[in-house]
Design a protein around this ligand. Structure first.
Ligand SMILES: C[S@@+](CC[C@H](N)C(=O)[O-])C[C@H]1O[C@@H](n2cnc3c(N)ncnc32)[C@H](O)[C@@H]1O
Length: 229
């Protein structure tokens, strides 16, 4: 659930813009973007307006209508992003930049995206993550998506949340036959309760079946020269 602190905190917007521009500079192919939380399209205006191919989700009908007018060449879905992604909506679009800008936890959306479609090439994730504020005062055990981490590392995850994020994205990547190639992040916003992180996933090479063993070659017998009597 969104919290009022996160909703009101607008100080991180320029950092979000900078994170996304940095990823776009590193992409050496045409960007194909999926924005899970379109909102009023402020990030689009600042960083994605030149990009022709993409899809965006927004569950608020009035905002979704504006997004449709804003980006005529994109697919615009008025939908709950997590449910729609889990049902493979937009599976045919070869997204290489997944942009998550929820008010709270991004994990349901990350999981829904990664597990519902093939990841055929490099995939950048650029994320505004509001989960850390729930981890104050040992609140991690309340958070369903952290159950495995709490079992391993205990309940006190607030100060180590970035390393928890890295651990979780490594695990998720492995589940979908990818590896984490790069990871960076930082805390920001009021009380440093927001976490901005960026990850690059690369698909692992498909398993190559072993070459069938060829029978050992017969040793070549040397012919003896006939010696003259
Ligand atoms: C932080 S704002 C996103 C701002 C946006 N990135 C921008 O550039 O303007 C979060 C948005 O996500 C929408 N939202 C929240 N939960 C959602 C969900 N499950 N599916 C789709 N949209 C959602 C909200 O209506 C809100 O507009």
């Amino acid at each position: 659930m969104p919290t009022s602190t996160a909703k009101k905190d607008n100080s991180t917007f320029e950092l979000k813009v900078a994170d996304r521009l940095r990823v776009l500079r590193r992409l050496d192919v045409e960007p194909v973007v999926c924005e899970t939380h379109g909102g009023f399209g402020r990030l689009f205006t600042r960083v994605y307006s030149h990009i022709k191919r993409g899809m965006v989700f927004e569950h608020d009908p009035a905002k979704a209508a504006k997004l449709g007018l804003q980006r005529p060449t994109w697919r615009v879905y008025e939908a709950d992003a997590e449910a729609a992604l889990a049902e493979s909506v937009g599976k045919d679009l070869a997204v290489n930049l997944l942009d998550l800008d929820p008010y709270g936890s991004p994990w349901g959306f990350v999981q829904a995206f990664l597990t519902s479609r093939p990841i055929a090439g490099p995939l950048w994730l650029v994320v505004n993550d509001g989960l850390r504020q729930k981890l104050r005062l040992g609140g991690a055990w309340h958070v369903g998506c952290l159950a495995d981490v709490v079992a391993r590392r205990g309940n006190d995850l607030h100060d180590v949340y970035l390393s928890v994020v890295e651990e979780m994205i490594v695990e998720l990547a492995a589940k979908v036959k990818c590896k984490l190639e790069r990871f960076a992040g930082y805390y920001c916003g009021a009380g440093k309760q927001m976490t901005h992180w960026t990850a690059l996933l690369l698909p692992l090479k498909p398993d190559v079946p072993p070459i069938a063993e060829t029978p050992a070659a017969e040793p070549v017998k040397k012919r003896r020269r006939k010696t003259k009597p």
